[in-house]
Ligand binder design. Structure first.
Ligand SMILES: Cc1cc2nc3c(=O)[nH]c(=O)nc-3n(C[C@H](O)[C@H](O)[C@H](O)COP(=O)(O)O)c2cc1C
Length: 334
């Protein structure tokens, strides 16, 4: 029998297919079904820094009955929905999921600034999470802030959160940094036990008739896999942290590619959000198993990193050469 087991953040997982942070974890019953279908761990939707700050500002405001002290924050944030809930509700959901499931539950904090909100890392641990994922979704829009300033403050945030918890910490990062390997190394030195590649940045569009900015969330396709696949295969063996691939996991082939690149786990969201069906989990896992049997793989561990760039002597030159090969492969124009 092929062994699909893997480890991630010190957790023993029965297979590498993990539910990524998303509304999938909103309903306990749905996650139980995902568990039954074979998902090996679940990352919860995020608790946002803004939610925590809003709640404490609202409390201050209520206590002081003073001036409107948080007009900016309160007018920009969504009122209802998943990210309108109170931090307390989030912590209760962590505890509820832990009680209902046997698979590991990974809490998720989403924020970028240092400060009081990070105490929720500890609260998520106390609520029962097996590990914590920190998502540092941030768009650099200030021309006076250098990449080094931004990265240093993110590295400091990781160190601050790491020092507050005793469960493992994974950090979900952006692909838009000049040197992914250097940033990754600094995060690991600051205490990250795992890196989640990559945050999928939503891209706003314009409505020409209404002259409005349109914020739509397009679900991914397997084509989105290529970006994290490349970087995981570059990072594998070069940094001492577990690697999780998120973005573009839709099929068993996507999972197998993620493993061969060197990921410990493949995280899935869009594929399961299309129609809310958990059947895909069973299908993906059984197809992966069949493929491995047909190709004489005994285990996932044997496969992990087999297509990485670990043994490439000069990866930068290798990438330049590949770039030229790809351009060259385009058909001759008539
Ligand atoms: C509706 C929706 C909600 C999401 N919410 C979160 C979130 O709360 N925190 C987070 O870190 N990522 C969140 N994500 C990102 C996913 O975890 C995942 O990284 C991304 O969708 C790429 O994976 P996929 O290609 O499998 O969808 C969300 C994605 C979707 C589609």
């Amino acid at each position: 029998m092929t062994d699909l087991s893997t480890t991630y953040l010190g957790l023993n997982l029965k297979n590498p297919l993990v539910a990524s942070a998303s509304p999938l974890s909103k309903k306990i019953e749905r996650v139980r079904k995902l568990e039954e279908a074979g998902i090996s761990a679940v990352v919860m939707y995020s608790l946002f820094e803004e939610q925590i700050i809003r709640e404490s500002l609202e409390l201050d405001h209520y206590l002081s009955r003073g001036a409107n002290s948080f007009p900016e924050a309160s007018s920009l944030l969504p009122d209802g929905g998943l990210y309108g809930i109170s931090p307390e509700t989030y912590l209760n959901q962590v505890t509820g999921l832990k009680k209902a499931l046997t698979i590991p539950v990974i809490g998720s904090l989403n924020g970028v600034s240092k400060g009081g909100w990070t105490r929720y890392a500890r609260k998520i641990e106390e609520a029962g999470a097996d590990a914590l994922e920190l998502n540092m979704y941030y768009l650099a829009v200030d021309p006076d802030l250098s990449s080094s300033d931004i990265e240093t403050s993110q590295v400091e945030l990781v160190a601050e959160i790491k020092s507050a918890i005793s469960i493992p910490l994974a950090v979900k990062i952006s692909p838009f940094v000049t040197s992914v390997p250097n940033f990754a190394k600094r995060l690991v030195e600051a205490g990250a036990d795992g890196l989640v590649l990559f945050n999928r940045f939503y891209q706003p569009d314009f409505d020409l008739e209404e002259l409005e900015v349109v914020h739509t969330l397009d679900l991914s396709t397997s084509a989105d896999l290529r970006l994290p696949l490349r970087w995981i295969s570059i990072l594998h063996g070069k940094i001492s942290a577990d690697l999780a691939l998120t973005s573009g996991i839709h099929t068993s082939s996507d999972v197998l590619k993620a493993m061969m690149a060197g990921a410990q786990v493949a995280m899935i969201a869009s594929e399961l959000l299309w129609d809310g069906s958990v059947k895909r989990v069973e299908e993906i896992l059984s197809h992966a198993q069949t493929w491995m049997e047909e190709h004489d793989y005994q285990s996932i561990k044997q496969m992990q990193g087999s297509m990485s760039q670990k043994s490439v002597k000069d990866p930068a030159t290798f990438e330049r050469a590949n770039y030229m090969k790809v351009l060259n492969s385009f058909r001759e124009l008539p």
